[in-house]
Design a protein around this ligand. Sequence first.
Ligand SMILES: C[S@@+](CC[C@H](N)C(=O)[O-])C[C@H]1O[C@@H](n2cnc3c(N)ncnc32)[C@H](O)[C@@H]1O
Length: 405
Amino acid sequence: MRLYRNLVFATVDALGEIFNEGAYADKVIEKTLKRDKRWGARDRSFIAETTYDIVRWKRLYSEIAEVKAPYSRENLFRLFAVWATLRGIEIPTDWKQIEPVPTRRIKGKFDELSKIRKYRESVPDWLDEMGVQELGEETWEKEIHALNEQAPVILRVNTLKTTKEKLQQELQKEEIETEFLEGYPDALQLKERKNVFRTEAFKNGFFEVQDASSQLVARFLGVEPGMRVVDTCAGAGGKSLHLAALMENKGQLIATDIYANKLKELKRRARRAGAHNIEPRVIDSSKVVKKLYGSADRVLIDAPCSGLGVLSRNPDAKWKLQPEFIETIKQTQEEILKQYSKMVKGGGKMVYATCSVLPSENEAQVKKFLASEEGKDFSLAKDQKILSSETGFDGFYMALLEKKK
Ligand SMILES: C[S@@+](CC[C@H](N)C(=O)[O-])C[C@H]1O[C@@H](n2cnc3c(N)ncnc32)[C@H](O)[C@@H]1O
């Protein structure tokens, strides 16, 4: 692989913003890619993938390069040199920003540090300890390894507008090859990474990008056309759009969230998808929730969580997450379950889901809810724990709870 100076410099600039200014990797990359209109698809993917890679391996590479935060520009170039060396990529010797690369020392340190999990898998001490405590040594080891793999690109066909077969053909015309995924009725997996957002098929609302595990959640709720459904933590609407498609645009789908800007994005996506039965409502007071008590056939709680199941797509969460945040979010989950479950009518059903692999955010929350006053009329119909190490997709959890008639 030949390295291009301007692409490497852009990558190093992006890393500086992410590591030193606490900026979000996806936002920084989005901004960086706009810097030069002449960059083609390969250039853009070099910047995005290299930045994500170095973010993912930040601890390991910092240890190898013997550098620490805040990272000077020189040190960021050192991290880049580690990335390149471990991939067998040569750095041109006339690049004066990068000092001569000690190839043998880098490889030697890599071998030595790879014996210790927290370095090998590049995670903070607290996270490694929490992972072992929650999942046990063996499962955590496999899970964090899988979560460090680059996530595949999965599409969810929008059945309000097309079919999986037709979408596959449409994408083929735009030189995007896909395959079906057994066990995921609405999914198409890209055979090769490409920017799908520029396709006509996307502009026409024929698909959304949505991980395969996440695509199982809406189906778990067992919605039917004509029902009254509440998606309580709808965000920008990934699952609302899927629910609307499963409801064939018939019935009422109320999508709530505490953030108006997320619901605004949901509206935009719903328009593109041709989803007409979604009614966004901002939760700006407890009245909004109370008004819905006892009224829904189905309620989805896609709860805010640690996001530890989606580290493959969001590696900088390893550095931004704090154990205190996880404790606080667990309290929110408990509270949300108690309050929003009141929206379910007698005989109705509810799904509690997270994109976390920690039992304390998943099974333990459901157990606690069922033992509480608010949960006394509910029973657990089924639950599913999805590990990235077992499926190759995001880590998720979902529980289907039924309310007495
Ligand atoms: C896991 S995300 C939802 C993702 C979304 N359902 C999707 O499929 O794209 C959790 C969402 O819960 C929202 N949230 C956080 N606290 C909340 C609360 N108390 N009530 C409702 N929503 C909340 C967050 O703003 C966030 O959008």
